[in-house]
Design a protein. Sequence first.
Length: 361
Amino acid sequence: MQLICLFLLLFFGCGCGKKKPPPAPPKFPVTLTKVEQKNVPIYIEALGHVDPIITIDLKSRIEGELTGVYFRQGQEVKQEDLLFTIDPKPYEATLKQAKATLEQNLANLALAEEKVKRYQTLVRDEYYSQIDYETLQANFASDYALVQQAQGQVDSATINLDYCWIYAPIDGLIGILKVDYGNLITNAGQSLIVLNQIAPIYVTFSVPEIRLPEIQKYRRQGTLKVLASYEDFKGETFEGKLDILDNQVDPNTGMIQLRAIFENTNRELWPGQFIRERLVLYTQKDALVIPYTAVQLSLNGPLAFVVKEDMTVDQRSLKLGPRQDDQVVVLEGLKNGETIVLEGQLNLSPGAKVFVPEKKK
């Protein structure tokens, strides 16, 4: 029995003297990315709408039957293209009548003038009474006034006759016809169709007044570029330039309106369309950029985890610049080409070990 106890004592005593190896430090799965250096445009983004530079609501200046429509709806037309005709026959008749009246008054004026000249000598030699001569002069003045009146009627009739042919005042795009061929236009000034100039074209947008000094500063240095996109600037993008800065801030909204002009050669932008704009103020050269999701916000400010060669992480405080889309400019805290953690920062602390999981096939 004593031997058994001695054996057990030696066995357990030797076992207690051995130390267990420390557990391996945990590794955390992460996604990595690189710090990039590139030129970054600094811009102001806004939502605006497309406006034609010129909009003309074509109207009839006269009444009459619409006898001709010389275009297809939605067609582009050139300046001086014939668009409409209104029945000219009533206005031609009015012009003939006015011309006849003018001719009659001119004949009367010529006779009155001849009488004044003929009796002028007789009055001076007292062969004709002064009062009768003054009557002749009054008749001459009256006939002269009638000639002027008749000439005005001829001019008015000529103008009204010219209004029977309606031409395009500008190059532009025809809209939808408001009055069909053959209808009687009974209201002078009735709208016939809308004509829009769409190349070039405006994009109008508003920005907060707090950005106004910044816009003015960079505008003084040169023309500012404006980019436009239907949605998120990841698809088709159009380039224009800032053309007009409104002369006042809206006191009700605190916004100021701006207008950019686009060549719109291929007619991509359409009047009335809502579209996103980016007013590019300047381009920051050789800026360090990282995805915004790599930035962690703490009580001490933004930070990122930098991965060292041994796959441990170091925590860096950052000084950030402007954010553009899903990236942000880093002013201080990182170097070009450094590897940082993009996803998986939740369990990390300085010195933590990380690994990149293999992608599933």
